[in-house]
Design a protein around this ligand. Structure first.
Ligand code: C5P
Length: 403
């Protein structure tokens, strides 16, 4: 447990998810960490400093201009006398401030003054999370080196609204903090991994394209899980709306051919996990100009041509990674189709899942998969995509270690 003996500066900002921070404090302390809380004004509307201070067994810092606190500790020391700054919940407002370097209260000032690692657990309404302003701010903060955990998808606490915006669960935050603080050797240190994720967009003309419903959640989660185990990860992602995972090199592409080129450029690697839902076909000759609708003229037909099969290319490559893993999204005969794919694509493992609309897998957050290899078939229980990623990363590290 990397958390043992570590000092966590916990910034609680003003969202309903602040109630989960009480549990988070307990979980951190159970693991031997000490927690020094800072609460924004907003946070104090949701939980009281009394409760936070009692659980943390420390003074709660709330005010930038408190003469007493400044004398005792001082905001600069507060920002540096810790091993990790953890923001949970991190509101859209606090992240907007941090992205712009504003410092008009204690929390934002500490974020500007700290030279310690920062981990943020965002929580907000799904519309706020999806807003371009929030997206821009998150991107800026990621670029500045701030790590993120969540938000997750699900029902919001304050409304019946569903979508992405729920704060990660306290135990997930604890695990993320633990791995961030863990600087010991990890099982995949020194190993290179390539992961593809998301859909591809195949242009019809400059404004239209052929796409599919892949969200990129599973591929991104796998890239993040491999990075947490110490791997040097290149994630080649098609167009998705989810943020880049922390600690991963991301190459953004649109078309299957661009994805193949990026994957081949990232070789050699120890493991390749091809999760992207690559379009099987593209338009044979995409138009340079927008195809116009002219009254009375016939309806255009799209002539398609085959896209490169990236998994197959990697599976049969001269510098083939030791472990090549594919995904098979099927709506029928899941297992039989996966077995055929193993040989055809030169893969070691096919992770097969049923993506019939009734399962809600495509675009959803859960997954029920079967691992098909030459050794047989292993059915995994219904898990979140993050849990599938954790298990798969653990299995990859085990197989690579076996040699
Ligand atoms: O044949 P199918 O598309 O079902 O195979 C799925 C697997 O192959 C996935 O791992 C996917 O990422 C990969 N694939 C690919 N390039 C393609 C089509 C599929 O890498 N053109």
């Amino acid at each position: 447990m990397a958390l043992s003996g570590k000092r966590i500066l916990l910034i609680i900002s003003g969202g309903i998810a602040a109630y989960k921070s009480l549990d988070l404090i307990r979980r951190l302390r159970e693991r031997g960490a000490s927690v020094r809380p800072i609460m924004t004004k907003g946070a104090q509307e949701f939980v009281t400093p009394l409760a936070v201070g009692a659980l943390a067994a420390d003074h709660v810092f709330t005010d930038l201009f408190s003469r007493q606190d400044e004398q005792d500790v001082g905001h600069i020391r507060l920002a540096r006398d810790c091993d990790l700054v953890l923001i949970a919940p991190a509101t859209a407002d606090l992240m907007a401030k941090a992205a712009h370097g504003l410092a008009d209260d204690l929390a934002s000032t500490v974020l500007l003054a700290t030279d310690r690692p920062v981990l943020a657990a965002p929580a907000m309404n799904p519309k706020m999370w999806a807003h371009p302003a929030t997206k821009r701010n998150i991107e800026t903060l990621q670029h500045d080196g701030i790590r993120f955990i969540g938000p997750a998808a699900g029902e919001m606490a304050e409304s019946r609204e569903a979508g992405t915006g729920r704060m990660a669960e306290p135990l997930e935050i604890v695990a993320a903090a633990d791995s961030l603080l863990d600087d010991g050797p990890k099982p995949l240190t020194g190993r290179k991994a390539i992961v593809t994720s998301g859909p591809t967009h195949e242009p019809i003309d400059p404004v239209r394209y052929i796409a599919n419903r892949s969200s990129g959640r599973q591929g991104h989660a796998i890239a993040a899980a491999l990075a947490r185990l110490g791997a040097d990860v290149t994630l080649v992602s098609g167009p998705v709306t989810i943020p880049d995972p922390a600690g991963v090199r991301v190459v953004h592409v649109e078309r299957a051919e661009e994805m193949r080129d990026a994957v081949l450029a990232a070789l050699p690697a120890d493991v390749a996990v091809m999760v992207a839902a690559v379009a099987d076909w593209r338009v044979a000759s995409a138009a340079d100009q927008k195809i116009k609708k002219h009254p009375g003229e016939s309806i255009p037909t799209l002539a398609l041509t085959e896209n490169p099969d990236i998994l197959k290319t990697v599976g049969h490559h001269t510098t083939r990674p030791k472990l090549v893993i594919g995904f098979a999204a099927e709506t029928q005969d899941v297992e039989a189709n996966a077995k055929v794919k193993l040989d055809r694509k030169g893969a070691d493992i096919i992770v097969a899942n049923d993506v019939s609309p009734a399962t809600g897998v495509m675009g959803g957050t859960r997954n029920s998969v079967k691992l098909v290899s030459r050794d047989g078939v292993e059915q995994w229980p219904d898990l979140s995509k993050d849990e599938v990623a954790e298990r798969l990363a653990a299995m990859i590290s085990e197989q690579l270690m076996r040699g």
